[in-house]
Design a protein around this ligand. Structure first.
Ligand code: ADP
Length: 483
């Protein structure tokens, strides 16, 4: 049993129309560290999803017409409550997700920053006046909320992926029906409890836990749901996009990545090691912007590989999420761990060489040790697929052209990183990379002020930043005649 300062943050019922909704059927939420049950959460289906759509639809009229300043104040209050309860929220997050407490605390602060940011942005939804083609007309544009938004979120950031969607949606004047990942519903429900306490009116936020297919199908077939915002795998994302085509919903899709991390021979190697350590191993490699392939110039390949191996040995400690000495927790499930190992073993069979790790850990069935592979080529499974685990495959290249060709040889394009001190190369490479986010001499790029999003099969739309509200707004053009 989780021991929280405020035990009432551990919610196990779904949240619909301001009420907590229980069910005889439940989802077992397991701690990935030890497979113990953290809680049993209500497992709802299509019928309750419809009730949540009703609630969001009914709440929309008054929420969107509330002055932006008042919506902003409610969001701000929610933000403050999240920060005041940071420790309990982090404990819940670690228990259901497995990440170490330091990372969980950081995620709560990061998640809260999106609520704060959009509380501010809520007041800055400006329209336009446009010069008209004749003197008796005036052209005015206003921005209006798209309506009810479906938010479907993954387990790797159970708090922040939700605030990154609910924050801008509510700021814009939309209401939401959210389906958190079944592995990690508790963080979402705790956020709902705090939203409730902050005074956000009933029906504005609804959290439906349960069967992904049933809930998703009902949400996406509804004509009253006008937008889907999804973070998850490219595979599931594509299915949802086709389901949205029936009702032509607006979509924000944050899908998979295959991030290259390129180290040029003039790079500050120690800085590059710091960058790749952060980008590769945080959240045990389970983020869509995590480095997936490390491309190193042949002149410095050996030296970089040796430095990386010793950095991993010195800095990373595998352990339970609540072990304060641990830097890296387990992967989310045993099958996730098996999938990582399969990519490693099939790549070894094709010639990759294990410098460190490379075998599941004996700590438990969800634990995979930080792994460094050399002699990797871009056609190996570990380079083709998104690994979603703590595996750093090192690929050698000889020149800029080759580095770019390897980096862009993938159907996804979310984040890319490169290290060089040559200003001309900085511009050339940054412009050539087919990615939505580029870290230049920097391994951590995400923050609420900057636009997060990908190109190609990594999705569409941007979250965070001054652009983040656009995805939740429609432009209405008003042509005024007879003047
Ligand atoms: P991940 O690899 O991060 O688990 P998924 O794409 O499998 O990503 O899941 C992301 C979210 O999408 C989760 O909330 C999951 O429950 C949900 N999901 C998976 N399949 C469907 C579906 N068919 N319809 C609606 N939601 C789905």
């Amino acid at each position: 049993m989780l021991n929280l300062t405020d035990q009432s943050l551990l919610k196990t019922d779904a949240y619909i129309d301001g009420e907590w909704v229980s069910s005889r059927n439940t989802i077992n939420v397991l701690n990935p560290c030890n497979h113990e049950t953290v809680a049993k959460v209500a497992k709802l289906g299509a019928e309750q999803t419809e009730a949540a759509i009703d609630a969001a639809h009914n709440a929309l009229k008054s929420w969107r017409s509330m002055p932006a300043k008042e919506r902003s104040q409610l969001l701000r209050r929610w933000y403050q409550l999240v920060l005041e309860n940071q420790e309990d929220l982090a404990q819940i997050l670690t228990a259901e997700q497995g990440k170490v407490l330091a990372e969980a605390r950081a995620e709560i602060a990061y998640g809260a920053s999106y609520i704060e940011w959009f509380a501010e942005e809520a007041k800055r939804v400006y329209g336009d006046t446009i010069p008209a083609p004749s003197d008796d007309k005036r052209i005015v544009c206003i921005k209006q909320p798209v309506g009810v938004v479906a938010c479907i979120t993954p387990w790797n950031f159970p708090n922040a992926m939700l605030t990154r969607k609910i924050g801008p949606a509510l700021a814009a004047g939309c209401t939401v029906v959210c389906k958190p990942a079944s592995e990690t519903p508790l963080s979402a429900l705790a956020l709902a409890e705090l939203a409730d306490r902050s005074g956000i009116p009933k029906g504005v936020i609804n959290i439906v836990t349960g069967n992904a297919h049933d809930i998703g199908t009902r949400l996406l077939s509804s004509t009253r749901v006008r937008k889907l915002t999804f973070t998850g795998s490219t595979e599931v994302g594509k299915k949802l996009v086709s389901q949205c085509s029936e009702t032509l919903k607006k979509m924000t899709m944050e899908l998979g990545g295959n991030a290259p991390f390129i180290v040029f021979p003039d790079a500050d190697l120690d800085a590059a090691i710091d960058g790749v350590m952060a980008s590769k191993f945080r959240n045990s490699g389970q983020t869509c912007v995590c480095t997936n392939r490390v491309l190193v110039h042949s002149d410095i390949y050996q030296e970089f590989a040796d430095k990386l191996v010793s950095a991993v040995k010195q800095r990373l400690v595998l352990g339970s999420g609540d072990d304060e000495k641990a830097t890296n927790g387990p992967l989310i499930t045993k099958s996730a761990c098996d999938a990582v190992d399969r990519l490693v073993q099939t790549s070894i069979a094709k010639g990759a060489v294990v410098k460190l790790g490379g075998q599941p850990s004996t700590l438990g069935s969800c634990f995979y040790p930080p792994t460094v592979l050399t002699n990797v080529t871009n056609d190996m499974p570990v380079a083709r697929e998104e690994v979603f685990g703590p595996v750093a495959p090192l690929i050698s290249f000889d020149n800029e052209e080759q580095a770019i060709a390897i980096a862009n040889d993938t159907n996804v394009g979310l984040a890319a990183y490169f290290y060089t001190r040559d200003i001309g190369r900085v511009w050339r490479i940054a412009e050539e990379l087919e990615y939505g986010i580029v870290g230049i001499n920097e391994g951590i790029t995400s923050n609420e002020m900057a636009p997060f999003g990908g190109i190609k099969e990594s999705g569409s739309g941007r979250e965070g930043s001054k652009y983040g509200l656009d995805d939740y707004l429609e432009i209405k053009y008003m042509c005024m005649g007879g003047i």
